[in-house]
Design a protein around this ligand. Structure first.
Ligand SMILES: Cc1cc2nc3c(=O)[nH]c(=O)nc-3n(C[C@H](O)[C@H](O)[C@H](O)COP(=O)(O)OP(=O)(O)OC[C@H]3O[C@@H](n4cnc5c(N)ncnc54)[C@H](O)[C@@H]3O)c2cc1C
Ligand SMILES: NC(=O)c1ccc[n+]([C@@H]2O[C@H](COP(=O)([O-])OP(=O)(O)OC[C@H]3O[C@@H](n4cnc5c(N)ncnc54)[C@H](O)[C@@H]3O)[C@@H](O)[C@H]2O)c1
Length: 457
């Protein structure tokens, strides 16, 4: 058994816990998969690199609207794939090497599980190694969940872990799920020329978004993709040249390749947490207090493993808080989950922060709502935009923004002023008229939305 000052399970956000506070102390990093975790290897980073390529293709296809004639001559999938992973894989490998050869770090490249209250056994190349530590951080993330109808059927399928490394582009793809991953990959693969068919059990896509955003997105999606909503999956079969899904309403949806995007669940079951006295919620999420402490003394958790948000910026924030708390036990900082934004990098792009209109009304507050079209500001004219919108929701009494929702180009960037105002308590009048808005930038759509919110005085 080797004893450490700190042991970390998971090299995603967990990797950033090795701060200068641990110089001169011993740290074990336990990682069973690709070093750097989900975001770097199979999540945010490669998906957005594909999204960018998809947008280049869409821009070319759309060029004639502006009097610029152009067309896509071809999509070189291997070139796109190899460019993306040619950049990412060395970063992952470099991160691993850095920890393997670190002055105060020991990397255990295998699966860890608790075999005692502060003891983990890690299986490395079939060998069992015991690691104990004064403090342990569980940054163990989540994995893709695949419905039993798919696993039991034996049909071949991809998840987000594998689909980006396919050998060649299929002619068609069935995507099961109507959430973030489904929406992003539908955009990527359709822009790259694949016929996309979406099967989602909800009545709309992205049902957790504000109802206006979800409805507008679903309407646009139905114009581009073959979308099947509101009927559960009944069975899956391998057919000549691909996979066929049969839905509860009898519809059959067939594609060369199946991508399953039906949510992600915590990796906690494989950690034998009960041995260490670490409590979990029924969904497997590790229970933590606002400082990141689990129910077991000296064991902490952060990121997807324990957070209500499966988002990298939240995992990064929580890692910063836990890194501080590990070194400053008498000055504990707390997670700030007041205004957590999110963006779906699909087409059109979507972003949100705060309450949906439905949630805002449910609080009983007197609210004011403004929907502002991109097409009504100068830059929107330049873009010939007819479908993009901003929806702001404010509390009439406090004049504070309580929700912001964007659907359209640059949604993930345009929302930042709203996040900032909500985080720092700026009122709508302060935001709208207490600063300049560059003319004729697209951000004027936010300025106009703010000016459209109505207050009594
Ligand atoms: C396709 C996709 C796209 C995404 N895009 C975005 C995006 O654009 N923006 C965004 O904010 N978020 C995005 N996310 C979510 C984001 O990737 C996660 O929120 C983030 O990676 C969570 O970080 P983490 O450190 O908590 O967990 P992870 O990065 O998942 O790291 C956990 C690590 O722990 C390891 N591990 C688990 N159990 C054990 C064990 N027992 N022993 C040893 N090692 C173990 C795993 O192998 C993994 O490497 C995306 C996710 C996916 C799947
Ligand atoms: N841009 C981003 O920030 C980004 C991008 C991708 C993923 N993520 C994170 O990763 C998480 C996982 O993404 P996701 O799209 O897999 O999950 P999700 O929760 O966003 O969507 C899951 C979808 O699958 C459906 N579903 C669940 N079980 C099903 C079943 N048995 N049969 C049919 N449909 C079923 C749900 O109704 C839902 O539409 C997201 O919640 C998000 O936090 C973030």
């Amino acid at each position: 058994m080797t004893h450490f000052d700190l042991a970390i399970v998971g090299s995603g956000s967990g990797n950033s816990l090795v701060t200068p506070d641990f110089d001169g102390k011993s740290v074990a990093i336990i990682e069973k998969g690709l070093f750097g975790g989900t975001c770097l290897n199979v999540g945010c980073i490669p998906t957005k690199m594909y999204v960018y390529a998809a947008e280049v293709a869409d821009t070319v296809r759309d060029a004639s609207r502006y009097g610029v004639d152009a067309h896509v001559d071809g999509i070189r999938w291997p070139a796109i794939r190899d460019r993306i992973f040619g950049r990412i894989d060395p970063i992952s490998q470099g991160g691993e090497d850095y920890r393997v050869n670190g002055a105060n770090t020991t990397a255990y490249l295998g699966e860890g599980r608790f075999t005692g209250p502060k003891t983990l056994t890690v299986t490395v190349d079939g060998r069992e190694e015991e690691v104990s530590a004064d403090q342990i951080v569980l940054a163990s993330g989540t994995h893709a969940v695949v419905p039993e109808e798919i696993t039991a059927s034996g049909v071949p399928f991809h998840t987000s872990d594998t689909v980006m490394r396919m050998e060649q582009l299929p002619s068609s793809m069935v995507i099961l799920g109507g959430g973030f991953i489904a929406a992003e990959f539908a955009h990527v693969f359709s822009a790259l020329g694949v016929a996309v068919k979406i099967v989602a059990r909800g009545k709309q896509l992205l049902t957790k978004e504000d109802a206006d955003i979800s409805a507008a997105f679903t309407e646009q999606a139905e114009q581009k993709w073959d979308v099947h909503l509101g009927s559960p999956l009944e069975r899956a079969e391998a057919v000549d040249g691909g996979v066929e899904l049969t839905l509860g309403n009898g519809t059959r949806v067939r594609g060369e390749v199946l991508l399953v995007a039906t949510g992600r669940a915590p990796n906690s079951p494989s950690l034998d947490l009960d041995v260490a006295g670490v409590d979990t919620y029924p969904d497997g999420r590790i229970v933590v207090d606002p400082h990141g402490r689990t129910s077991a003394q000296g064991i902490w958790s952060l990121g997807d493993a324990s957070s209500p948000y499966q988002l990298k910026h939240v995992a990064n924030h929580e890692a910063r808080i836990v890194a501080h708390n590990l070194a400053h036990p008498h000055d504990l900082h707390s997670f700030d989950h007041r205004f957590v934004p999110q963006a779906v990098f699909t087409h059109p792009q979507i972003s949100s922060v705060g309450l949906t209109e439905e949630q805002a009304r449910a609080t009983g507050r007197d609210i004011t709502v403004k929907v502002q079209k991109y097409g009504d500001v100068a830059f929107g004219w330049a873009m010939e935009d007819t479908t993009s919108l901003v929806k702001l929701i404010a509390d009439k009494k406090t004049k504070l923004l309580i929700g912001a929702h964007f659907l359209g180009p640059d949604a993930s960037s345009l929302i930042q002023t709203s996040i900032q105002a909500m985080s720092f308590g700026l009122t709508v009048p302060q935001m709208a008229r207490g600063q300049y808005w560059i003319h004729p930038a697209l951000a004027e759509v936010v300025e106009n939305a703010l000016l459209g919110l109505e207050f009594d005085d």
